[in-house]
Write a new protein. Structure first.
Lengths: 135, 371
């Protein structure tokens, strides 16, 4: 019978319309993201010894590791900058870190107004030598 | 009313379809020569999404190129990853651990399912089936959630590595996958009720854009589009790669080669992919997920080619190495590009609304076409 398929389809549409809503109302309801989510990068400056493997693993030269030599000739981290505007969020940097200093956070809201704000300073050493975490 | 005396003069005209047309699935542009509503000539104009990925490969190490393969056919990132890493592994002769092989199969088939779901959904939307857009996208969302919990990204996954995979699956993965597969028959049934039997859909698609086997082979069309024309050719069976030879599955074949069959074959392939995933899930071995791979990868000089069955057809990677840490040249044989070549042949002589239907049924992704 012509039209049977249409009626069957409309019945399915009707069922779908009456079913439970599955859309997440985003700004009001926050999404529950898994811990593995590639949201933003975070650095543990205590663990980092400024070896620069992450900067070399990056396909897009996103990471800039600045290091200085101390009086004891040991290298230490002076600044860690991530140009997130060019980041592919592939995670090769996190995998390459031999000391587990770099990891992902599920914070995904990185939108900003100015291009220079896409450059995130994850760590910067104060002139006094104090350890501080930048924005 | 003015009376027309003598013969009416008609004239062909050119119509520009795209690159921002809603039914061109991206930034594809067709220059149509029309005689009234009839399409006389079709000219594919591509390149709006060209990012020079092949050239970028020449300035990246072999590992660093993996994230770029996600961005070829961005609807099935896992399959592009698989094709690329297997090319490098073939060149190096690396044995991939069992668990990694199985995880790769699970992820690749999930990716194929997600890609076919988008194909079906956007095809139906192009013939104004609004409701039928949602069930495939609802199911695809669950697949993307599975990707997200494993590798942290939803579409640009970068999951495969040379010698294995990037991360093991979390404990909540397998239960979620099982419930997804259990709900799949209901989804297929819904799609059949909504679309397959719908008289309007049948009227728009049956017999439209017929592709016979000879033409398909002459144009190099592969994948579901070829199988809808009646040739049971699937690289997973014909030239098994990875551990596909261990799984039992059928190659769905339909004979008409029209737009309707190209829709239906994708639903059938989703079912077969689910079958493969079920088998891989049940026999998932324990163990390592990465083989021992040197930190700096150097390929012996020479050229290497490897191809896999991606969701849209044969995806091949041709690598030329000069012995350094970076590829000397990488060429990507992308299925969408090849399949797009058959569009003028399929649509010339048809009506303009049939052009939209045929184009949607071929299922191309512009990221894959332009690269």
């Amino acid at each position: 019978m012509f039209g049977r398929g249409l009626i069957k389809g409309l019945r399915t549409t009707w069922h779908l319309g009456l079913g439970k809503a599955i859309t997440e109302q985003y700004p009001e309801r926050r999404p529950k993201l898994p811990p593995a989510f590639h949201g933003s990068l975070s650095l543990d400056p205590q663990k980092c010894n400024a070896c620069g493997l992450c900067a070399r693993a990056c396909p897009n030269n996103v990471i800039i590791v600045d290091s200085e030599r101390g009086e004891d000739k040991k290298r230490y981290l002076s600044a860690y900058t991530v140009k997130l505007g060019q980041c592919l969020f592939c995670g090769l940097c996190v995998e390459s870190c031999p000391r587990g200093a770099l990891h992902w956070l599920p914070d995904f809201e990185l939108a900003c107004y100015r291009f220079k704000d896409t450059e995130h300073v994850l760590y910067k050493r104060n002139p006094e030598g104090e350890v501080s975490k930048g924005a | 009313m003015a009376e027309v005396k003598g013969e009416l003069q008609t004239q062909e005209f050119e119509l520009n379809m795209g690159p921002q047309h809603p039914s061109t699935h991206g930034v594809y542009r067709a220059r149509l020569t029309l005689d009234g509503e009839k399409v006389v000539k079709v000219e594919n104009i591509i390149g709006y999404l060209h990012r020079g990925i092949e050239k970028l490969a020449e300035d990246r190490t072999y590992t660093q190129f993996i994230p770029y393969t996600d961005r070829l056919d961005y609807l099935s990132g896992m399959l592009n990853n698989l094709g690329y890493v297997q090319t490098v592994e073939k060149a190096l002769g690396i044995e991939v651990p069992e668990r990694a092989e199985y995880l790769r199969v699970i992820m690749a088939e999930l990716s194929r399912m997600a890609s076919h779901m988008v194909a079906i959904a956007s095809f139906v939307l192009d013939v104004s089936g609004w409701t039928a857009w949602f069930p495939p996208f609802r199911e695809r969302e669950r697949i993307l959630d599975l990707f997200e919990m494993t590798c942290g990204s939803r579409m640009t996954v970068s999951y495969m590595r040379i010698g294995g995979v990037a991360a093991d699956i979390p404990p909540e993965f397998l239960p979620a996958l099982k419930s997804l597969l259990d709900d799949l028959p209901q989804f297929i049934e819904q799609m059949h009720a909504l679309i397959s039997g719908n008289e309007i859909f049948i009227g728009r698609c049956k017999g439209v854009g017929k592709l016979d086997i000879e033409t398909a082979l002459a144009y190099g069309v592969t994948g579901p589009n070829l199988r809808a024309s009646g040739l049971p050719f699937d690289l997973r069976k014909a030239q098994p790669y990875g551990c596909y030879d261990r799984f039992e599955f059928d190659i769905p074949v339909l004979t008409n080669g029209d737009s309707y069959d190209r829709y239906l074959i994708r639903l059938l392939e989703i079912e077969q992919s689910a079958r493969i995933i079920r088998q891989a899930m049940e026999s998932l071995p324990d163990g390592e997920i990465m083989a021992k791979v040197p930190r700096v990868i150097k390929l012996p000089p020479g050229d290497y080619y490897h191809q896999i069955e991606a969701s849209k057809g044969i995806l091949g990677f041709y690598l030329v190495s000069d012995g350094g840490t970076k590829p000397y040249r990488l060429h990507i044989h992308s299925p969408s590009f090849v399949n797009l070549g058959a569009i003028p042949k399929l649509t010339e002589g048809s009506l303009i609304q049939d052009f939209v239907v045929t184009f949607a049924s071929i299922d191309i992704v512009l990221g894959d076409v332009d690269r």
